[in-house]
Design a protein around this ligand. Structure first.
Ligand SMILES: Nc1nc2c(ncn2[C@@H]2O[C@H](COP(=O)(O)OP(=O)(O)O)[C@@H](O)[C@H]2O)c(=O)[nH]1
Ligand SMILES: [Mg+2]
Length: 319
C-alpha cells in the first residue's frame, strides 16, 4: 500500500482564493455574453454564476481530500496501528468528518442563496445576498483550519512510510544496534541492494528484496532494539509493527564481539521468541580475530547459519 496519492491539503485562505478567482473569471465571461433580459436579470445571472462557481471549486477540493485519504476503517490492522504511532486516530477521523460536513454546508448555501437571488426584485437585495453568501462560505472554510492542518500533517507522515508489501513473504532482521543487521541485509539482497532509506538508515526501517527463484522475498532491517513498545519512538514503533504484522520469519543477529554482552543479547532474543514467528540465527563479525571463540560458541548453541545457508533456508520457508 502506498500513501503517495493522498492530495496535499491547503490552508482555508488558499481554497477561498482559488474559488473566488475562478468565480471572478466566470463573472467576466458572463458579463460579455449576449443577454436579452433586463439589466436586473443580467446582474442576477452573473451573481448566480459566481456562487455556483465557488460552490463547484470548493466541493471539488473537499471531495479530493475525502476521496484521497484512505478510508481508515477499511485499512488493514497493520496500517491502522502504524497510523496510531503518530496520530490520534479519532482526531483524524473527526477531521475527515469535518471536511465532509463543510462540503454539505457549501452545497446547502449554494441552493439557499441561488434561490434567494432568483426570488429578488431589487438590486440592493441581490448585493446583500451576495455579500452574505461570501461571508458565510469564507467563515465556513476558516472553521476547518485546524482540521485541514491535521490532515496535511498526516499526509506528510504517511508519505514517509516505508513501502512494505504486506502480502509478500517477509523476513525481519532483528537484534541489538550495531550488531550487523544492515550489513547482513545487503549481503542477502545482493551486491546492489534496493535499500530504501526511511528517515536515516540507522534509525529507520530498511526494506530490501532477495531473489527466490522467479519470486522475491521481502527483507526488513529494523532500528533500535524494539523491546519496550511504550518507550519506543514513532519510527521504532513502526518497525516493530512491520515485523509483528508482516514477518513470517525472523533472523536474529548475534554479535560475538559483545558490543552488547551476550547475556543481554540472549535476553532480547526471548522477547522476539514471544512473537510466535520462527527464528533463524546468524552470527556476524566472525572474521574478527578477537571474537572467534565466542562466535564458535554461539554458532553451536543456536545452530546459526552462514549467509548461503540462510538464503537457502529462507527460500525453503517461503514455499
Ligand atoms: N568485520 C566485520 N564487521 C562487520 C560485520 N558486520 C557488520 N560489521 C560492522 O559493524 C558495524 C555495524 O554494522 P551494521 O550492519 O550497520 O549494524 P546494524 O546497526 O545492526 O545494522 C559496521 O561498522 C559494520 O561495518 C562483519 O561480518 N564483519
Ligand atoms: Mg542498521
Amino acid at each position: 500500500m502506498s500513501f503517495n496519492n493522498v492530495v496535499q491539503v491547503e490552508k482555508p485562505d488558499d481554497y477561498i482564493d482559488m474559488a473566488f478567482k475562478r468565480a471572478n473569471k466566470k463573472a467576466m465571461e458572463a458579463r460579455f455574453e449576449k443577454f436579452k433580459g433586463t439589466r436586473m436579470d443580467k446582474s442576477k445571472k452573473i451573481e448566480i454564476a459566481k456562487i455556483q462557481e465557488i460552490n463547484k471549486v470548493l466541493v471539488k477540493q473537499m471531495d479530493l481530500i475525502i476521496k484521497s485519504f484512505p478510508s481508515f476503517d477499511d485499512l488493514q490492522e497493520f496500517y491502522k496501528e502504524m497510523i496510531k504511532t503518530f496520530t490520534d486516530y479519532m482526531k483524524l477521523k473527526k477531521a475527515l468528518g469535518a471536511i465532509n460536513w463543510v462540503k454539505k454546508k457549501i452545497l446547502e448555501f449554494d441552493r439557499m442563496y441561488v434561490a434567494k437571488i432568483k426570488g429578488t426584485t431589487d438590486i440592493r437585495s441581490v448585493n446583500k445576498h451576495r455579500v452574505d453568501y461570501y461571508g458565510r462560505v469564507s467563515s465556513l472554510m476558516k472553521r476547518i483550519k485546524k482540521e485541514l492542518k491535521i490532515l496535511e500533517d498526516v499526509r506528510k507522515t504517511l508519505k514517509g512510510f516505508p513501502h512494505i508489501k504486506t502480502k509478500m513473504f517477509t523476513v525481519g532482521i532483528v537484534g541489538f544496534p550495531n550488531v550487523g543487521k544492515t550489513t547482513l541485509m545487503s549481503k542477502l539482497s545482493g551486491s546492489k541492494p534496493d535499500i530504501q532509506n526511511y528517515a536515516f538508515t540507522t534509525k529507520g526501517v530498511n526494506v530490501a528484496y532477495m531473489k527466490a527463484g522467479n519470486d522475491k522475498v521481502q527483507l526488513l532491517d529494523t532500528p533500535g532494539t524494539l523491546n519496550r513498545f511504550n518507550k519506543m519512538n514513532g519510527i521504532e514503533k513502526q518497525a516493530y509493527l512491520a515485523v509483528k504484522y508482516c514477518a513470517g520469519l525472523l533472523v536474529y543477529v548475534f554479535d560475538p564481539t559483545e558490543t552488547y554482552p551476550v547475556s543481554e543479547q540472549e535476553e532480547l532474543l526471548k522477547i522476539f521468541e514471544k512473537f510466535d514467528i520462527p527464528v533463524l540465527f546468524y552470527v556476524s563479525k566472525e572474521d574478527m580475530e578477537t571474537s572467534k571463540e565466542m562466535a564458535a560458541k554461539l554458532k553451536k548453541k543456536y545452530k546459526a547459519l552462514s549467509i548461503a545457508e540462510l538464503k537457502k533456508e529462507i527460500v525453503k520457508r517461503k514455499s
